[in-house]
Design a protein around this ligand. Structure first.
Ligand code: PBG
Length: 339
C-alpha cells in the first residue's frame, strides 16, 4: 500500500518562505479594475456633505462631480454606481422618472467629465417615495388600492411598470448599466423589455439578485435619506437565514436576462456568493454595504484594526469567495493603496 506523503515530507510553509514565492502561488488577486465606487447625489450647488456614519463618504451636488470622477478615473476605477436624493418625494416616487431629475443630471455630468467611466444607475424607488419603500404601496383611497392585499403591501406589478419607465429615463440620460435593487419579482424582465422597447438594447442589467433584508444597510439610510417610514423591507428582500432560496432568486434573474448578478451584503454572505459562483458563469458582483464599511472604519478610528490591511483583506476575501467585481465605499482608497 503506497503511503500518502505527509509531515515531514510535506511542509506547506516552504511556499511561504519569501514574498516572491508567496506572489507566485497567490490564488486570488485584487485590482482597481475590480471595484465600483458608489456616489450619492443631492440637489443644490457646491455641496460635499459628509455622511457621519460613513467616514470619508459624501453627498455630492451635481456641479461637484466632475472633479471627483476625474480623480476616480485617474485611479483606474472602471465604474461608479449612482444614488440620487431627489428634491421632491411623493407616494409614487415620480421624480425617478423625471428626465431632468437628479440622477439623469448626474449621469450627464459624469459622462462629460469622464467619458470612459462606466455609469451604473441603482434602480429603486426608496429614495424617491415619501414612505421610503421600494415601490408603490397599497394604500386605501389611492388609485392602485387592492382591498384583497394588506394595507402597506408593496404592489409588485404596478412597481414593475414604474421601474421600466425610470430605467428608460436613466438609460436615455446615458447610464451604461441599470442595477435594480428592490427585489421586486420580475424586475429584470420588466426592465429588459422596457429598455428594448425604447431601442436601448445595448444597456446592461446588473441585478441585485440575492439581496437580503439586512441590518448592515443602517448607515446607507442616512447616506441616501431613504429609511422606510413604516415597517421594514422583509416583504421583498430575502430573509437572512435562507441559503437555498438565493439560488432560486438568481435562477429567475438569469432566466429573465440579467447580464450581471449581485449578492448583497458581501462579507456576512460569502456562502451565498460562493454558491452563486459555483452554479452560474455570469459575471458576479458583491456589494460590500454601508455597515460593513462603517464597522471597519469605526474599529480603525478606535485603533483596534488597521484600516488599510483590514479593508484590503475584506475585499480579497470577497473576491476569493467568487466575486468578479465589488461595489465598495473603499474603492477610491483601495485603488490608491493598490497602485
Ligand atoms: C436600495 C438600496 C439600498 C442599498 C443599496 N440600494 C438600501 C436598502 O435596500 O435598504 C444599501 C447599500 C448599503 O447599505 O451600502 N435602493
Amino acid at each position: 500500500m503506497s503511503q500518502t506523503p505527509t509531515f515531514p515530507t510535506l511542509r506547506p510553509r516552504r511556499l511561504r518562505l519569501q514574498a516572491n514565492i508567496r506572489r507566485l502561488v497567490q490564488e486570488t488577486t485584487l485590482s482597481p479594475a475590480d471595484l465600483i465606487y458608489p456616489l450619492f447625489i443631492r440637489p443644490g450647488r457646491d455641496i460635499s456633505r459628509p455622511i457621519s456614519s460613513m467616514p470619508g463618504q459624501f453627498q455630492w451636488s451635481v456641479d461637484r462631480l466632475a472633479v471627483e470622477v476625474k480623480e476616480l478615473a485617474a485611479l483606474g476605477l472602471p465604474a461608479v454606481i449612482l444614488f440620487g436624493i431627489p428634491e421632491i418625494k411623493d407616494a409614487t416616487g415620480s421624480d425617478n422618472s423625471n428626465p431632468a431629475g437628479i440622477v439623469p443630471q448626474a449621469i450627464e455630468a459624469v459622462k462629460d467629465a469622464a467619458p470612459d467611466l462606466v455609469v451604473i444607475s441603482d434602480m429603486c424607488f426608496c429614495e424617491y417615495t415619501d414612505h421610503g419603500h421600494c415601490g408603490l404601496i397599497n394604500t386605501a383611497g389611492h388609485d392602485h388600492y387592492d382591498p384583497r392585499l394588506p394595507e402597506g403591501y408593496l404592489l409588485n406589478d404596478a412597481t414593475l411598470a414604474m421601474l421600466g419607465r425610470a430605467s428608460t429615463v436613466h438609460a436615455e440620460a446615458g447610464a451604461d448599466i441599470i442595477a435594480p435593487s428592490g427585489m421586486i419579482d420580475g424586475m429584470v424582465a420588466g426592465i429588459r423589455s422596457a429598455l428594448d422597447g425604447a431601442g436601448l438594447s445595448q444597456v446592461s442589467i446588473m441585478s441585485y439578485a440575492a439581496k437580503y433584508a439586512s441590518a448592515f444597510y443602517g448607515p446607507f439610510r442616512e447616506a441616501a435619506e431613504s429609511p422606510p417610514s413604516f415597517g421594514d423591507r422583509s416583504q421583498y428582500q430575502m430573509d437572512p437565514p435562507n441559503r437555498r432560496e438565493a439560488l432560486k432568486e438568481v435562477a429567475i434573474d438569469v432566466a429573465e436576462g440579467a447580464d450581471i448578478l449581485m449578492v448583497k451584503p458581501a462579507m456576512p454572505y460569502l456562502d451565498i456568493l460562493s454558491d452563486v459562483r459555483q452554479a452560474y458563469d455570469l459575471p458576479l458582483a458583491a456589494y460590500q454595504v454601508s455597515g460593513e464599511y462603517a464597522m471597519i472604519q469605526a474599529a480603525a478610528a478606535n485603533g483596534w484594526l488597521d484600516l488599510r490591511r483590514t479593508a484590503l483583506e475584506s475585499l480579497m476575501a470577497i473576491k476569493r469567495a467568487g466575486a468578479d467585481m465589488i461595489v465598495t465605499y473603499f474603492a477610491k482608497d483601495a485603488a490608491a493603496w493598490l497602485e
